[in-house]
Design a protein around this ligand. Structure first.
Ligand code: UDP
Ligand code: MG
Length: 320
């Protein structure tokens, strides 16, 4: 059924949140009824294996503003968010976690700031209700690093509760764990960014989907981010820097290898050329493999977004 586009899309990625999802969509719905703007609640089911999908289907019968996007398998929170951004029809988009740790009561604050003209409004969980060692400490370090590296003065990059101008967020390249870096990406394209303190609650039902390995992946993504924000338009500059010392060392070494150091006479080519060719062929073998894999990835980035989605249930109407 086609309907007028709503003004606001609330996007919620969920993976196995069967006990949280109904109270959450009801809470969002009641906040949005009060706000009196047209809206859709867009839940992205990231391949849940519990009863999340059934619960959502049930909720759809009484909530006409609920849209569900269902992913083929568990793709991860960032991919789920990206699918949500893709499907969102609102002019303003607000994202939040599906585990009731973010509070729907904060949504109106985000909408007010977006109305003021910000492209991105970041939530700041100043009083965060998570474990210290596995969550708050690594997050504090990562936030300090990110803020320094990118010059974007935001305290809490990782908070999912954020508000975006749709036209802006739909253009961002996000994959891997990149949703955490949206403020940094935003800063690099000159978007207007602000932050606001939000409520945060402990998780009451279900389990957190992340462990300590996240810390390592987040670090690698930091390197990728640096490339994206600084060198996206000129990647050759980033990689070219590494080729300079290689060539500088290889040039003189080349001469050194072909002449006998004591006599200065050229040495017989077979002693030098054979091992070199052997090494070169081995290296080239790997090199072509890696280039091929890279090309595969580049092609896939264009494909996966649409292939992730199995079914979409669009909200019945756009009116509040
Ligand atoms: N999530 C998801 N796909 C995943 C992992 C998580 O959609 O593969 C959702 C999850 O259901 C929740 C949000 O992302 O709504 C944040 O996840 P979680 O609460 O586990 O993260 P934490 O709050 O512990 O950082
Ligand atoms: Mg959580």
């Amino acid at each position: 059924m086609s309907s007028l586009a709503p003004d606001v899309s609330i996007v919620v990625p969920v993976y196995n949140e069967e006990d949280n999802i109904l109270p959450l969509v009801d809470a969002i719905d009641s906040v949005m009824q009060r706000v009196k703007r047209s809206y859709e609640i867009l839940v992205v089911d990231d391949g849940s294996s519990d009863r999340t999908w059934e619960k959502l289907a049930e909720a759809r019968k009484r909530l006409p503003q609920l849209s569900i996007v269902s992913l083929r398998r568990n793709f991860g929170q960032t991919a789920a968010l990206a699918a949500g951004f893709d499907a969102a029809r609102g002019r303003h988009v607000v994202t939040m976690d599906g585990d009731l740790q973010n509070d729907p009561e904060d949504i109106p604050t985000f909408l007010a700031l977006l109305d003021e003209g910000y492209d991105l409004v970041c939530g700041w969980r100043r009083d965060r209700k998570d474990r210290f060692l596995s969550r708050r400490l690594p997050s504090r370090v990562a936030n300090a690093l990110l803020s320094d590296l990118t010059g974007v003065r935001v305290h809490d990059f990782g908070c999912t509760l954020k508000g975006y101008r749709a036209a802006f967020v739909k253009q961002l390249p996000i994959y891997s764990e990149m949703h955490r870096y949206i403020p940094a990406l935003a800063g690099s394209v000159g978007a207007r960014v602000t932050e606001v303190v939000v409520r945060h609650h402990p998780r009451l039902h279900g389990k957190s989907k992340y462990g300590m390995t996240r810390v390592i992946r987040v670090l690698y993504d930091l390197a990728a981010l640096r490339l994206l924000t600084r060198f996206a338009a000129r990647p050759l500059h980033a990689f070219g820097v590494f080729s300079i010392p290689c060539f500088l060392i290889a040039g003189p070494w080349f001469l050194f290898t072909f002449f006998d150091h004591t006599t200065g006479e050229p040495i017989h080519y077979s002693t030098v050329v054979f091992p070199t060719v052997l090494f070169l062929l081995t290296y080239l073998g790997f090199h072509f493999l890696v280039v091929g894999l890279l090309a595969e990835l580049a092609v896939n980035v264009l494909r996966t977004k649409s292939e992730m989605v199995v079914r979409v249930h669009e909200a019945a109407g756009g009116a509040a």
